[in-house]
Structure formats: C-alpha cells, structure tokens
Design a binder for this molecule. Structure first.
Ligand code: SF4
Length: 334
C-alpha cells in the first residue's frame, strides 16, 4: 500500500474544495479501502466525510424522497418511507453484500462502487478500466460474470450494485456539490457506458461529491419486486437481476418500470420493454414479449451466453410478482 495524506472534512463546502484529481472521499470505505490495499486505486489523499450532515431521509412536498449521501444501506433498507413506498429498493438493498457491509456502506458509496471484474482487481492483468490502453484480459479470458449489454471492445465489466438497479427502475436525481457549486444529474445519465474510455465511469467532476439522491414520486397504486439470481443464496453478486414496478388499470398495465442488474455495464433501464408493456394484459405472454425486447441487443461472450436466458427469466418472474402485488393494492384501494 502506498502512503497517502489523510484529513477530515468539517463541512460540505470544505469537502467540495478538495479538488486534487488524485484525492478520494472515504465514508464506509467498503470498496475504496480494498482497492487501495490491492494497489488498484492510488489516491495521494483521503478525505474522511463521515461527520458531514448527510444522513437524513426526508419526504419532499412534491412526493419525492430525498436520501442523504451518508445514509447507510442498512438504515435505508429499513426506513419506514422506503419499506412503505419503495419496497423494491428495500429488497434490492437487502439482497446486496452482507449485514456487516450494509452497516458500513453508504448510499453514495454504493453508487460509486467499482466493478468486480477480477482482472480489474489484479494489477498484473491487462485492463483498460484500471490502466487505459493496456487491453482487456476479460475479452478472451474467463468472462462468465461479464456483461451481455452495454459492453464495448475495450471493456465488458458489469456494474455490481443491486441498489442502483432499483433506483434505475424508480427514477432518481443525484445532487452533486463541487468547487463550482451545486448541480443535479438524472440517475440514468450518471453512470457511463465504457465505449473507448472505460476508465471514465461516471459524470462526477474533480472535487465533486454526491450529497443526496432524490427518488421520483412512487407509482400509485402499484406493485414491485426485486429478483436476484446468483450462484449462492447470500453474499454474492448477481448473475442476473431485475427490478420491476407496475401499476394496473383494471386488467391492463398502466405504467411499467423495468431495470436489469448483473448483465450490463451500468444499471440498465429497459425503456423499450416498458413501453411494450403499457396497455397490455398483466399476464405471462406480455412479460415474455417485454423480456425478448429487453435482451434483443444482447451480445454474449464465450462463457456467459446463459445470462441472456437468465435475464429474460428474471424479467418475467419479477414482473409476475409485481403484477400480483399491484393487483392486491388495486383491490385494497377499490
Ligand atoms: Fe478491465 Fe473492463 Fe476488461 Fe474487466 S472487462 S479487464 S474491467 S477492461
């Protein structure tokens, strides 16, 4: 491990003026400290932001839910507002990592977590994301866990978050604070596709930090479900996951939100599949059509062709459960 300077930010403004490109903010540290120890990340300065006042969850007047950047994954999963109005987010959070990690990991840190591609975490391997221009050992290597959607010649690493899949389906806005002031970015535009610059992972400028994530107002009346398929039942990343939300208009689907995890290079919202669901009967045939549309552009690698089938099944099962919940909600409100 290389030496680095360490300091504590005593205000958001103070933190937002830590502009050195080689500085990094640390909160829970559940990704960053591992990568520093592995010599994958080499910050010259760490700025501890744990004492900043960014730990509140509050309902806004317009019905949205504002989540402070430092709210832990555990606190968010068990928050009454989240359980009542965004159960898909609570389910996704509880499907991620372990209890100990969720107790430490923060909302913003979850958004910022790095890929689990094993070649990225091995400084001896060629990896365009870690060392631009060095190549990609995953392309012709062991790529069973890699992406079938959103990849490029330069990188096919999967975004590992569960929480972000639920947020992609719900819709959200990030608030960012930096040396030039505050700005907002739509959640779907924050993470970048790898293209030919996989080392640029998100829309965060030097010195900026995430201060809050505000969820769109919930669908009403609606049902939702997060389904995660993986090699073992806990403490494992997704092979394929799906966050689904539906509202019903009688027997027909009113609105639909579908996002995928474990199969794409960023949290993957399936807009065309959603559009195909609207106005259709809430039944398996509609869900299967949506799944085909969602995976139509899939480009499997040598070892991960099974993910295409798995992701389709995840969509159908998540939508079926969301529809069941939406039906119950509709009955209860009739
Ligand atoms: Fe690196 Fe991406 Fe290739 Fe993995 S898939 S080795 S992260 S460039």
């Amino acid at each position: 491990m290389r030496p680095f300077a360490f300091s504590r930010a005593d205000s958001v403004d103070h933190a937002a003026h830590q502009t050195a490109p080689t500085a990094a903010f640390v909160a829970g540290g559940t990704t960053l400290l591992d990568l520093v120890k592995l010599d994958v990340m080499r910050p010259t300065a760490l700025v501890d932001i744990n004492t900043l006042p960014l730990k509140r969850v509050e309902r806004l007047d317009d019905g949205r839910l504002k989540i402070g950047a430092l709210v832990t994954n555990t606190d968010l999963a068990h928050h009454e507002e989240v359980k009542a109005h965004y159960p898909v987010l609570s389910q996704a959070l509880l499907a991620g990592a372990s209890t100990q990690l969720r107790n430490m990991a923060t909302t913003a840190g979850n958004v910022m977590q790095r890929t689990r591609c094993p070649y990225y975490r091995d400084p001896a391997a060629a990896c365009n994301r870690r060392a631009p221009g060095s190549g990609c050992d995953a392309r012709d290597g062991i790529n069973r866990m890699h992406a079938v959607l959103g990849g490029s010649t330069d990188c096919v690493a999967v975004h590992p978050s569960d929480m972000c899949v639920a947020m992609a389906a719900i819709g959200a806005t990030l608030t960012l604070k930096g040396p030039d002031g505050e700005r907002e970015v739509a959640f779907g535009e924050f993470h970048r596709l790898p293209g030919d610059t996989p080392h640029i992972e998100h829309d965060l400028r030097d010195g900026e930090l995430i201060t809050a994530i505000t969820l769109d107002a919930p669908l009403v009346p609606a049902g939702s479900h997060y389904l995660k398929l993986r090699d073992r039942a806990s403490y494992e990343f997704a092979l394929a996951s799906c966050a689904a939300q539906l509202s019903l208009d009688g027997e027909l689907i009113g609105e639909a939100r579908v996002a995928l995890g474990g199969v794409a290079t960023k949290p993957w919202r399936c807009a065309e599949a959603e559009a195909a669901l609207v106005g259709q009967p809430a039944e398996i045939a509609s869900f299967e059509r949506a799944a085909e549309i969602a995976l139509a552009d899939a480009r499997p690698l040598a070892h991960n062709g099974f993910k295409v089938t798995l992701a389709k099944q995840a969509i159908v099962r998540a939508l079926r459960e969301a529809a069941r919940c939406a039906g119950e909600t509709q009955e209860a409100s009739a």
